[in-house]
Design a protein. Structure first.
Length: 157
């Protein structure tokens, strides 16, 4: 229960818990005998507190943002990696779905793989299966060491 107790006016020297102003707030409004205000006043106070909390978070917290915990600086380099065409389409589709760059997606997958963990949950695995079907990608882990590159067809002029 929220107790709303306001110091009474002190025009005649009455103290906060006695005197002629007992039970009045600073504007002269009467309070309940138990020191709580009316339900209407409670709702006003709660809405004012909510506004102050939002103000605090917007102006104070956003102006002094905390640095993200445990960020690790890295140096990235550009690389020319050759991948199977349909595999690349699936990876690009997944990166686009998660609003990531292809490089960020690959880093996450590889870092998970290095720890022996799967980088994808059930929802992502279903999304990958959809993308594999769309791009007609039928290769799996068993074929990873059996891939043979074909010569791309040259366009005749």
């Amino acid at each position: 229960m929220i107790r709303l107790r306001s110091e009474p006016l002190r025009k005649d020297g009455g103290g906060p818990y006695g005197g002629p102003n007992e039970g009045l707030d600073r504007t002269g409004r009467r309070w309940n005998k138990d020191g709580t205000g009316s339900e209407k006043n409670k709702k006003k106070l709660i809405s004012c507190i909510a506004i102050l909390v939002h103000w605090y978070h917007y102006f104070i917290m956003s102006s002094n943002p905390r640095p993200p915990p445990d960020r690790h600086p890295v140096e990235r380099i550009q690389t020319g990696v050759r991948l199977e065409k349909r595999l690349l389409k699936v990876l690009k589709g997944l990166a686009e779905y998660h609003d990531l760059s292809l490089g960020d997606l690959l880093e996450g997958i590889v870092l998970h793989a290095f720890e022996g963990a799967c980088a994808f949950g059930p929802e992502n695995l279903a999304r990958i299966a959809d993308l594999k079907r769309v791009y007609q990608f039928d290769l799996g882990a068993r074929q990873s060491h059996l891939l043979m590159e074909t010569q791309p067809e040259r366009k005749r002029r």
